[in-house]
Design a protein around this ligand. Structure first.
Ligand SMILES: *[C@@H]1O[C@H](CO)[C@@H](O)[C@H](O)[C@H]1NC(C)=O
Ligand SMILES: *[C@@H]1O[C@H](CO)[C@@H](O)[C@H](O)[C@H]1NC(C)=O
Length: 454
């Protein structure tokens, strides 16, 4: 919801859009299952790729960095287009450099902080691929998406996220001549925060106006916007699922007001707040957490269903439903307990309107088209799996008091029981470097085809 970059703290890390050849790019395998009815699933040989922003970028055919600390090399990168010509993005050592491993078939483990030869890496973001150079595109309408998660080692302040972004299938390889790397190297990320910390956008380096002194990240003049469906943003204490829409229906580069930074938040191309379903925020404080109804000390299954108004794959998105499965028991989502919100346990246009009004939030989600707009985007989404800490607002929007200076007794302010200080990046990186999340057993298919009660 208030996503900022996961930051790298390498001494010397950089980006490019040519292809470097010092490390071979070998995508970890992460097969999924596609289902038509319970027990009737077929395996697909999918794999994951690390986002380009995390990679070493250097002069094409040379070891010189194109970006060091949080600065671009002015010789190699006098402007965005020249920089993209001069600089190459290299292959990734997934386990050694980034702490990304596959403990068993269909499982992906993302470690929060990974010590490595260059210092350390913080957080990671990967995309599911249908082949070695194409992201897998999902049409989620009239379907459900299911996976298992282990958040037992993911404390307050962290976010293990599983979501869909409306990225291009080839990462922008065909559309942007400056991009020679493409999906094989994890290019073309976008989301509803219109992130400006992306080093290459639309085949050009984001060098103009680049600044910022936090870790080795920065922000440039351009951002990159697209619709986003957050299936899962969570740690062991809090969780939310959240549709976010945009006024555009394809990934779109922004600048200025359109990116929605700071006070331009509600003038952005995209809806940064989204319409979130967070059980704790919606009045049920016993539903999710260690020892609670969904017990986060042990793995469980998360089912998310996208129901259309006419029950077909081309209908309009009507509602988004959630089930959990743990120990063979199907656990329906918690029911809202908020004055002014009808008792419900799923997201719909009416729920969003009522929640925004009850919490005094701006319904920018509705203004930009709400559920109907989300449905249009859900026809062609790329799956993102990540682990991150929050340099903007310490993850307080997910698991603590937000805004920090608001009265926690006011409706919508308390989102979880975590201390607001838990998510301060320096604190959490020092206290919990070994934190990790494991995602596994991804299934996709017809409604109620991917899970059963015992
Ligand atoms: C910047 O790149 C040029 C080559 O384009 C190289 O000669 C120079 O050493 C680089 N500077 C830094 C600080 O890496
Ligand atoms: C799906 O399963 C749930 C829980 O088992 C049930 O309540 C619901 O009616 C089913 N939905 C459909 C469309 O069959």
């Amino acid at each position: 919801m208030y996503r900022s970059a996961a930051f790298l703290t390498f001494a010397s890390l950089v980006l490019g859009q040519q292809v470097g050849t010092y490390t071979a790019e070998r995508h970890p395998s992460m097969p999924i299952q596609v289902c038509t009815a319970p027990g009737q699933c077929t395996r697909e040989s999918t794999e994951v790729v690390l986002d380009a922003n995390w990679r070493w970028t250097h002069i094409t055919n040379g070891y010189t960095n194109c970006y060091t600390g949080n600065e671009w090399n002015a010789t190699a990168c006098p402007d965005g287009a020249t920089c993209a010509k001069n600089c190459a993005v290299d292959g990734a050592d997934y386990s050694g450099t980034y702490g990304i491993t596959t403990p068993s078939s269909g499982a992906l483990r993302l470690q929060f902080v990974k010590k490595n030869d260059n210092g350390q890496n913080v957080g990671s973001r990967v995309y599911l691929m249908a082949s070695s150079d194409k992201y897998k595109l999902f049409n989620l309408l009239n379907k459900e998406f299911t996976f298992d998660v282990d958040v037992s080692k993911l404390p307050c302040g962290l976010n293990g996220a599983v979501y869909f972004s409306e990225m291009l299938e080839d990462g922008g390889l065909k559309s942007f001549s400056g991009n020679k790397a493409g999906a094989k190297y994890g290019t073309g990320y976008c989301d509803s925060q219109c992130p400006q910390d992306i080093k290459f956008i639309n085949g050009e380096a984001n060098v103009e106006g680049w600044g910022g002194a936090d870790g080795n990240s920065g922000t440039g003049k351009y951002g990159i916007c697209c619709a986003e469906m957050d299936i899962w943003e969570a740690n062991s204490d809090a969780t939310a699922y959240t549709p976010h829409v945009c006024s555009v229906n394809e990934q779109t580069r922004c600048e200025g007001v359109d990116c929605g930074a700071g006070s331009d938040r509600y003038n952005s191309i995209c809806d940064k707040d989204g319409c979130d379903f967070n059980s704790y925020r919606l009045g049920n404080r016993e539903f999710y957490g260690p020892g609670k109804t969904v017990d986060t000390t042990r793995p469980f299954t998360i089912v998310t269903q996208f129901v259309t108004d006419d029950g077909t794959d081309s209908g309009n998105l009507k509602s988004i439903h959630r089930y959990y499965v743990q120990d063979g028991n199907v656990i329906p989502n918690s029911v809202t307990e908020v004055a002014g919100v009808d008792q419900t346990n799923f997201i719909s246009e009416g729920f969003c309107e009522q929640q925004k009004s009850a919490f005094g939030d701006n319904n920018y989600f509705g203004q930009l088209g709400g559920m109907r707009a989300m449905g249009e985007s859900l026809k062609k989404m790329v799956l993102v799996l990540s682990i991150w800490d929050d340099h903007a607002v310490n993850m307080n929007w997910l698991d603590s008091i937000f805004p920090n200076d608001a009265d926690p007794e006011q409706p919508g302010v308390a989102r979880g029981r975590c201390d607001p200080a838990d998510g301060v990046p320096a604190t959490i990186e020092a206290a919990h470097p070994d934190a990790y999340v494991i995602y596994s057993n991804i299934k996709f298919g017809a409604i109620n085809s991917t899970f059963t009660a015992n």
